[in-house]
Each structure stands twice: as C-alpha cells, then as structure tokens.
Write a new protein. Structure first.
Length: 364
C-alpha cells in the first residue's frame, strides 16, 4: 500500500513539475522582468508554484513546504517509518491469550516464551494478535513491540528454506561441486546465509551445505502460539500415550530414545559426540523446565520448535532405521539426566550470538 501511495505521489509531482516548466518558458518568452515595470507577476501565483519560480526563494525547506502545500501533502506523515506489526511474548513460561481484551475473558490459547505473531489491533492496554492458528487478545504488559520485538525475534527466529523439488546438496556453491546428498520435495532446512551467486548455505545434518536458490522458498520463522483446542488435543494424546506406556502396548522407553536420537541425527548428525549430547540435553531441559510440554514427544513436535520435526525429516529417519549409534548413545545419556549445556533450552547455528559454543552450534 505504501509503495502504491508513493507512486501516485510521484506521478502527481511529475505533472506539477511539467506544468512549472511550461510556466517558466512562458514567463521567459514574455520577458516579464524587463517589461513588468516593478510589477511582480509571481505574486499572482500562490504556494508551491510561486516558491519554485521565484529566484529569491533560496530556502530549500521553504520551497519543499510550499510545494507540499500546493499539492496538499503531509511531508511529516510521508517521512515517518511504517510501524512494525511484529509482537513477541515477554514471559518466562506462557502467556494467556483471550477471546476479548479482559482478564476474565475466555482463553483462546497460549503464547509461549520466545513465541511471536502479528499485531491485528490495539486497545486499552491490550493487543489483538495472530500467531499461527491462534488469534486473540493479550495484555501489553507481557508483550514486546517495535525494536525490542525485532531484536528478540532476530535472536530466537530462524531462516528456513522450503524445498520445492528434489534438490542436491553440494559441498560448495556450484554445480561442479561434490554432492552431500539429496533433499526431498517438501523438506525444510535452516538457511545460514544467501549469496549473490544464486546459492544458499544451509545446515545439512550439522555440515555447511549449498543449494540453488532457484529451487527453494526462503522464509523467516518464529515460534507460534497454540490454541486451546490444540492444547487439549495434545494433552489428550499425551495422557493416552502415558496410559499405554504403563501397559507396555504402544510407546516404550526404547521408542522414545530412538525418537530423540533421530532428532539429534537431523540436527547434529555431523557433529562430534559432545555436540550430539548437547542437542539431546536441550530437549530434556525443555521437558523439565515447565515452560514447554512435559514429554519428549510433545517438545520435539511442538509447533515451530524443531525444523526437522516440522518438515517430516525426523519421521523419515525413524522409518529408515538408519540412526547413528553415537546419536542413540547421546539420546540415552541425555534421557538419563546428563547435560553438558547446564539448563540451556535453545541452540542454533553459531552466527556470532553470545552463548555456549559446541561444534557448529551456540547454546543459550
């Protein structure tokens, strides 16, 4: 909308300038200064036209303001930066999002730590937001806006590439470079950087891989909130899984370990053992934190949390049965309570962010 407005203004300015040029030519042809006998013909014009044509008007600000007045433009509003619509949760655990802007209104869902969304409306200390499928009102007291929101989003968000077709991952940018492997259509991977040469550097199982930007769609993502309906469904599924664990019919400890091992392989398969254990420890720290779901399965598959889980890659690794023994060992040790990252709950590729650096990742 802003670009369309600017184009309309530009066209209007061009029209006026063309008229001014024509008026100047007419004035020069009539030799007004020589024949006017102290009569200032410019005084017959008002606003922007007079200011632009009057040689005595050397004040640029005066000319601009006069022209803006002639065009009925508000220069102050045009110069103002468009306000950001980004909003981020400013909580240590979870924030209730309600159907109306009131503390006694029904809950629409929850916005968890480091989750964000888009501002839809603001009123009386409340903000209506959209975060994934969640739409509702949250108190401004627990939200970040503007530069504060953008700063947090840049720290916790991630740039991902959606694979539009089967795509080869290469060791260097170029079609003559060696091939690491192939990403299937529909997969999603983290983007580390995008070059001007048409190649993007991605995180390929802990290694730097390169893919052509012609076959991917790049998107910046932040964690999203959860509707009450989704929360109830998740909690019911977790309760059912726990009930069957007790009877030994469905989920077992071994299956849970393999699930975590599959995630570790997807996130840090190319790292050494310390890097693999660190990823497993982050998952377990979230399970114990109280700020995230309290099961390994729910943490891994929570909306917007782990890219390989969202894209289906974790499931494909599980189904293939090709999980590195080191990843299984790391999962087993992390589940037993061992952590080499303390109580840290986040990690990302090391991009200079402050934190605990292990291999190619920084933990925070």
């Amino acid at each position: 909308m802003l670009e369309v407005t600017k184009m309309a203004i530009s066209k209007k300015l061009l029209t006026v300038l063309a008229g001014l040029v024509l008026m100047t030519v007419l004035l020069l042809q009539c030799d007004l200064d020589a024949q006017a006998a102290n009569h200032n013909y410019l005084s017959d014009y008002t606003g922007g036209a007079a200011a632009v044509l009057d040689a005595r008007s050397t004040n640029t600000s005066k000319v601009l303001n006069a022209t803006a007045k002639e065009l009925n433009l508000d220069l102050d509003s045009l110069s103002q930066k468009e306000e950001s619509t980004l909003v981020m949760a400013n909580v240590t655990s979870a924030l209730n999002v309600r159907t109306e802007p009131a503390t006694d209104a029904e809950k629409a869902g929850k916005l968890y730590k480091d989750c964000g969304g888009k501002i839809l409306e603001r009123k009386d200390g409340w903000t209506k937001i959209q975060s994934g499928d969640l739409i509702g009102w949250a108190s401004d007291e627990y939200l970040l806006f503007g530069e504060d929101a953008e700063s947090l989003a840049s720290d916790v968000g991630v740039t991902v590439a959606h694979i539009n077709d089967g795509l080869m991952v290469r060791t260097e940018p170029g079609t003559d470079a060696d091939i690491y492997g192939v990403l299937p259509k529909g997969d999603e991977v983290e983007v580390l950087s995008v070059g001007d040469d048409g190649w993007a550097c991605i995180d390929y199982e802990g290694e730097d891989g390169y893919v052509s930007t012609d076959y991917i769609t790049i998107e910046f993502k932040i964690d999203e909130g959860e509707t009450m309906e989704a929360i109830k469904e998740r909690e019911a599924a977790e309760a059912e899984a726990k009930r069957h664990v007790n009877y030994g019919q469905y989920t077992t400890d071994a299956d849970t370990t393999l699930l975590l091992a599959a995630l570790i392989q997807c996130e840090a398969g190319g790292e050494d053992y310390e890097g693999q254990l660190a990823v497993g420890a982050v998952v377990m720290n979230r399970v114990r934190s109280g700020a995230y779901p309290d099961t390994i399965h729910a943490v891994i598959y929570a909306s917007g949390q782990f890219t390989p889980a969202q894209s289906g890659k974790v499931n494909r690794v599980l189904e293939s049965g090709k999980i590195k023994q080191s990843c299984i060992d790391a999962a087993t040790e992390a589940i037993s309570g061992v952590s080499n990252v303390g109580d840290l709950t986040h990690f990302r590729r090391n991009n200079g962010r402050s934190g605990l650096v292990i291999g190619h990742h920084v933990f925070y």
